[in-house]
Design a protein around this ligand. Sequence first.
Ligand code: ADP
Ligand code: ZN
Ligand code: ZN
Length: 731
Amino acid sequence: MTIVEVLTEIGKRGLMRPFSYLYDGKQPIGPRFRVIVPFGGREIMGFVTGVRQTGFSKEELESQLGHELRFVSSVIDREPLLGDELMELAKRVSDYYMSPLVTVLQAMLPKSLSPRRSSLKAPKIAYEKWVRTAKEEVPSLTPRQRECLRLVSRNGEVRKKEAGTPSVVKTLVDKGYLREFSRERPRFHIPEAEREQAHEPTVDQQKAIEEILSSGKKTVLLQGVTGSGKTEVYLRLSEHFLREGKNVLMLVPEISLTPVMVEYFSRRFGSIIAILHSGLTPAEKYDEYRRIKRGEARIVVGARSAVFAPLGNIGLIVIDEEHVDSYKQDTPPYYHAREVAKMRSEISGAKVVLGSATPSLETKARAVKGVYGFAELKRRISSQGLPSTTIVDMREKSSRGSEKHIFSAELIAKIREKLSRHEQIILLLNRRGYSSFITCESCGYIFDCPNCGGHLTYHREDGMLKCHHCDFLMDFPARCPECGSASLARVGFGTERVMKEIGVLFPDAKAERLDSDSGKVAKAASGITRRFHDHGFDILVGTQMIAKGHDFPDVTLVGDVLADIGLGLPSYRSSERTFNLIAQAVGRAGRAEKRGEAIIQTYNPNHYAIVFGARQDYEGFFGREMLSRRSYGYPPYRNLITLTFLSEKEEKAAEFAADFREMALKQGFADVEIVGPGTPFLAFFAGRYRRTLLFKFKKSEDLRRFLYSETQRLSGKSGVEIEIEVDPLDS
Ligand code: ADP
Ligand code: ZN
Ligand code: ZN
């Protein structure tokens, strides 16, 4: 009998060791193959970690081991999907993030990548399911079903997988509210693009390229103001490494930015490019994955998880807009693509280039200290300088132009001026929905989320109250549950409200909105940006989604409607985020021939994040923020690890956290500060209460070892689960 050691897909800390199974199948099996095994009452996926031939029968083995052995149900892979390099990488990621290996393997190989054997043989024409509305909604539907119906009717035809959670959509189809139909899915292929004639690099670009290539450091920061031509540097560097026979990994912060980058690369290099992101179907992803593995693609472009692409012989890893938070996965193993890229570079020898106009403080500090190499692009390519900016103090009554104080007199005047010249405008407001909360005018009751306690936001487009912290949702109430009054006030404002105000103030202007509500349907999001690019409308209103990456040549005015939104959030990075958002948004204006302008509206006109952001003064901000990080003991001066204690019983979570703190204090670690137990913003979610402990430390292998072994030992005991997050961005 063959014994197979299997690491199951259940990433609980208590179940991290491999389990033994028997195998008597014909298909080849070996380490790193994925298998389906029975576990408890169900069938789950597992990774084979070892295979051992024995001369014993099932019964003999069972009596030796003292427990029953079950058989592997089936083998998924025909060859192991992970090579040696990726396996080594998985181990390092697992060590650094103190996360079970299987959790890391799952992050590397999304579960959707485990195709049923049938999908491998599927015909090359792919169909996908779409839905359209077929029947009017009725009050007896659940809020989530109504939300889904309203989304579909707003968008006409929607891909089934974008319409809502599968169970909700299925119920609506079964009950006849939605009609399902198939449509041929255009298989992804990169157009045999007109091979573009490369730009002649500017003197600055040439210098940056040389600096990066000649730097003795494996990791180099490329700091270049918005519009300075960083992409051309990435392309030239890629050319260099391809010529040396090496391959290139190009990461962008979000899926929505992959097409733009793919276009740049395919125009320059043709069809040697592969794309990896969650927008592909499982079969496509599997195809693409194997194409990369076979060495048919030399360049991989993708979002965060593409850092795990099975690309061999890597010479260059580029992380564009390295400061963006989406490079960190916000679920276990909580890895950051930048750190993983560095680990990959240690294994493969690849050069890592971190590009940004506003580098994260961690990266900049390392470049300043000489840990990373440094290259800089100080000027924009176009002859236009950076936009001129004005800060408008919204506390002054005289500034307020519109009745509800959304737009200042200055902003209104500028919008009018730009519209009359037929130029385009971006209005940024980093809050979606119509109003930020709802309160009863008679008794002051505020509608809060019953799950997590945050305020519920009113969304006018589907008439619902939604929680932006968890996924709670309800219909807009008719009356106050406390006093029965029907006069409910909508307080504060979001992007939907900005749209309405534009309609009132500038009835002739054409405006569209792009945020994670309107952009939920991928087709809608790319349509909006394309139309705006082609000057199909005048004003683009949106959240941070619009501040990144896109190049709109006719935009000459950017208005930040309320720059303060992020400042109040409980995170050590709130100033950095506020600064970045302003600097990125301002950088959207005046990228081509016309000079840009920006107006920043704020109630904190003297806050350094806003002042430096408006000036696009990164160095000024960096110096000021480093002082604050040092005095409060945050990165890059200190490292952070958060433990989260989760339990169905609130006292249990609190007690466990307090005990853990005492135990840690007794160890007498030098130079380790423990904050908490604290209650996180999402204090109760999915049936479990949470408490946290934050560890701040300079360098402490002892502490890391202690946290690892103790969480390993204690997690799952007395109904309390412990999660570890290394380098949390919010705390
Ligand atoms: P960044 O990413 O630094 O914000 P981009 O890479 O988007 O800047 O470049 C800004 C613009 O400058 C793009 O339209 C690009 O085509 C153009 N550009 C870049 N390099 C050159 C060059 N060497 N000569 C002419 N135009 C260039
Ligand atoms: Zn009331
Ligand atoms: Zn909530």
